[in-house]
Design a protein around this ligand. Structure first.
Ligand code: ATP
Ligand code: MG
Length: 445
């Protein structure tokens, strides 16, 4: 992409309304534009990151055996009246009526709709287990939208719903999602800790929140110091190996980690850390709460109709964009982990008016693209200082800096954004160096 032709409205000054780094940098890097409280347009750069996160989540949901579908954003109130949640949900639900005076709502979550889908088709235990998910916009009329996309009113969520005949099998479905979440967060370059959570109004008796430790998080949390050294990647654990998965789940949930609501001191270790965190996912097993209300029953082995056992599993896809920035930035900008970066490389032409520099840049731009990298080529006729500042702000993992001085000696500069490490590299070996580095970091997807 040529920056001179791109839509990247970066801002020099800090927007007054932004209280935390991620919000500030998302506005300044031209990723989002607020349209009204908690509602945003995703500008091209921001959308690229959102899509990458979405794809990582999708990859790991599919791998865990869930099937993607897409439910509507607008739902009829009827199903919500069947479960009693139309009244219970309160003011966070955005309600509306259509031209026939039918009560409709913008979905804040999808237990009702998915259970309706399920009950329309699945009638026998032979067709179980099932796990359906979608990645769809939600609306919750949050009393205090803030921190940009972290607590929006309209936000993108991945929500999955599992259906099983028995509680035992439902727990296995739950554990598969638990593993899928840990793998997905690791894939995005994050260390996220599973914490025992309250099941709240959704009901049921097994629930975990997935929390990224961060001073700017809204949740107060208590974690065993041991978590700092614990590997949460879930690597080498397989969904199909039920015994191994169960052992892993027990291991992960035996180390103390609790949110403010669940921290009661029982079983808390001496080396407890009190800190803050961002909730980037939440999973629930809630049994037959919705299947009973909506009469989603299946025939069991004895020929009897029984309500299906369910769980629901949410990941805050749009919140993750902000959360990743909270965990990866310095005072001048974002430092994207390679797998979620909007582009792999920024190519900086320090002197557009110089024929030799521009020819070298054009050559590199073509070669890097041909090698399969996403390149943002800063070919604008602006001073070098603005180019450096913008590149550091938008935080691409690598910068290739090309100027007349270096070219005289046949070299360009390669800067790694995460460490600010700079190296001179010969023009000839740049493409090989970069593609090897980046391929290494991109492996496993
Ligand atoms: P919170 O306690 O932060 O309000 P929640 O418990 O209401 O979250 P869930 O209903 O479990 O959230 O939704 C699943 C995930 O969706 C959350 O873990 C979070 O990452 C994300 N999410 C929830 N509300 C918002 C919001 N207003 N803006 C952005 N993401 C959100
Ligand atoms: Mg909420």
């Amino acid at each position: 992409m040529r920056l001179s032709q791109y839509f990247l409205p970066t801002l020099k000054d800090n927007p007054k309304e932004a209280e935390i780094s991620s919000h500030r940098f998302m506005l300044r890097a031209g990723m989002i534009k607020q349209q009204s409280a908690g509602i945003y347009t995703w500008l091209p750069l921001g959308l690229r990151v959102l899509k990458k996160i979405e794809n990582i989540v999708r990859y790991h949901q599919d791998e865990a055996g869930a099937h993607e579908c897409l439910m509507p954003t607008i739902q009829s109130a009827d199903l919500w009246k069947e479960t009693g949640r139309y009244e219970a949900y309160g003011e966070e639900m955005l309600r509306m009526t259509d031209r026939h005076d039918r009560e409709m709502l913008y979905g804040p979550t999808n237990e009702e709709v998915i259970t309706d889908v399920f009950r329309s088709y699945i009638k026998s235990y032979k067709d179980l287990p099932q796990n359906l998910y979608h990645i769809q916009w939600k609306f919750r009329d949050e009393i205090r939208p803030r921190f940009g996309v972290m607590r929006g009113r309209e936000f993108l969520m991945k929500d999955a719903y599992s259906f099983d005949l028995t509680k035992e099998n439902a727990v296995y479905s739950y554990q598969k999602m638990f593993l899928s979440y840990l793998k997905a967060y690791t894939h995005m370059g994050l260390k996220v800790i599973p914490m025992k959570a309250d099941t709240g109004p959704i009901g049921g008796d097994l629930s975990h929140e997935f929390i990224l430790l961060s001073d700017t998080g809204e949740s107060e949390v208590y974690v065993d110091e041991k978590w700092m050294e614990t590997d949460v990647s879930g690597k080498d654990v397989f969904y199909e190996n039920r015994e191994q998965l169960d052992k892993y789940f027990k291991e992960m949930t035996s180390i103390y980690a609790a949110t403010d609501e669940t921290h009661d001191g029982v079983g808390a270790p001496a080396n407890l850390i009190k800190t803050r965190g961002i909730e980037v996912g939440h999973i629930f097993y809630f049994g037959t709460k919705y299947s009973e209300a909506l009469k989603a029953t299946v025939q069991n082995k004895e020929g009897k109709m029984v309500p299906v056992e369910m769980g629901s599993y949410g990941i805050g896809v749009s919140r993750l964009v902000g959360a990743i920035i909270e965990a990866n930035h310095d005072e001048v900008g974002i430092k994207w982990p390679a797998k979620v970066a909007p582009f792999d490389v920024g190519l900086l032409n320090l002197k557009v008016s110089d024929q030799e520099t521009s020819t070298a840049c054009e050559g590199l731009y073509g070669k890097l693209k041909a090698a399969g990298l996403d390149v943002l080529y800063d070919d604008r006729d602006v001073n070098a200082g603005s180019k450096f500042a913008d590149m550091d702000l938008i935080g691409l993992p690598w910068q290739v800096i090309v100027g007349p001085k270096g070219l005289k000696n046949g070299v360009v500069e390669l800067k790694k954004r995460s460490t600010s490490e700079r190296n001179e590299i010969s023009l000839d070996s740049l493409v090989t160096t970069l593609t090897t580095d980046i391929k290494d970091l991109k492996r496993g997807f």
